[in-house]
Design a protein around this ligand. Sequence first.
Ligand code: ACO
Length: 330
Amino acid sequence: MKLKNVGIIGLGTYVPERIMTNFDFEKIIETSDEWIRSRTGIEERRFASEEQATSDLAAEAAKKAIKKSGISVEDIDMILLATTTPDYPIQSTACVVQELIGAVNAAALDVNAACSGFVYALTMAKGLISSGMNKNILVIGAEVLSKCVDMQDRNTCVLFGDGAAAAVVSEVEEGYGIISQFLGAEADTKGSLRTPAGGTRKPLSQEVLEERSNFLQMKGQDVFKFAVKALPKATIEALNGAGLEAEDINMVFPHQANSRIIDSASKRLGISMDKFYLNLNKYGNTSSASIGLALGEALEKGLVKKGDMIALTGFGAGLTYASMIIKWCY
Ligand code: ACO
């Protein structure tokens, strides 16, 4: 059986209106714009309104991606929604999005691979379409992290933001689309990046609320050490899979967690920083949304053109890491 070529035929993004700057954080916790900018590169991030949940952001991005792709919403036969911040503990957020956008012919499920989620979900979409099982898959990365981090914990709350990115994935012309991919995981037994309670290990209780363990907790330096190895490793694996060298890549879209991590990856890979697209200064770390948000912004600016070879590369809770090489097809 000949496998089909698979690629992204439309991409859309959405961020909430509310801007939360580093200076706004100075008013609520002991921190400074200088500390946040120099350690992470982040200047501001977007926060969802009280009424907005992850599905609302996802649906806005999805509608734009579908419009761009030129297909109709009824042609979508699968929704793969990457998120760590679902609307509800039970009921996939993908099913909520199905209703919001009217994708009546789609199956729907969530993918939880944290910040690697967008690349994980794109990889699954490629497998399903190349084998002929599906035709048009809507891949979404969406997060409302502002409601899942502890606004009293300066180690985490300044890092994250809310947003969504969506891609319509379909068969594309020969020679274009997703050329190769690499997915990896390394179980985080020490809890370097985890929400310790609120799940089945430690259900929500008065004690949990008092100790605030229903919010994300992070050992920043442990994650940093993992990230500076994982990003280059995933990218090299994907490059090898594509039979390409680092210099063949026109632009890299890394997970937007910390500019120092990206700087280190740039040196290890021998790819200059000007090929790495960064917008974390404006949005912070939006986990599964971050790579798609960066790609969407670059597309809008005309920085990615048909035939360009791009790399998507990320790492996140789990711990997970992932990379993908795409020959852009529109
Ligand atoms: N403002 C001011 N000071 C702070 C803040 C803050 N917001 N946060 C921490 N500090 C303090 C610490 O308390 C510590 O003080 P101490 O020395 O008196 O104890 C000091 O700053 C240094 O803290 P470090 O943790 O050593 O700072 P570091 O240089 O490692 O930077 C950071 C911290 C930015 C979190 C870094 O470790 C990092 O980026 N790690 C990776 C995190 C990451 O990428 N996470 C997302 C993964 S994606 C996902 O799946 C969700």
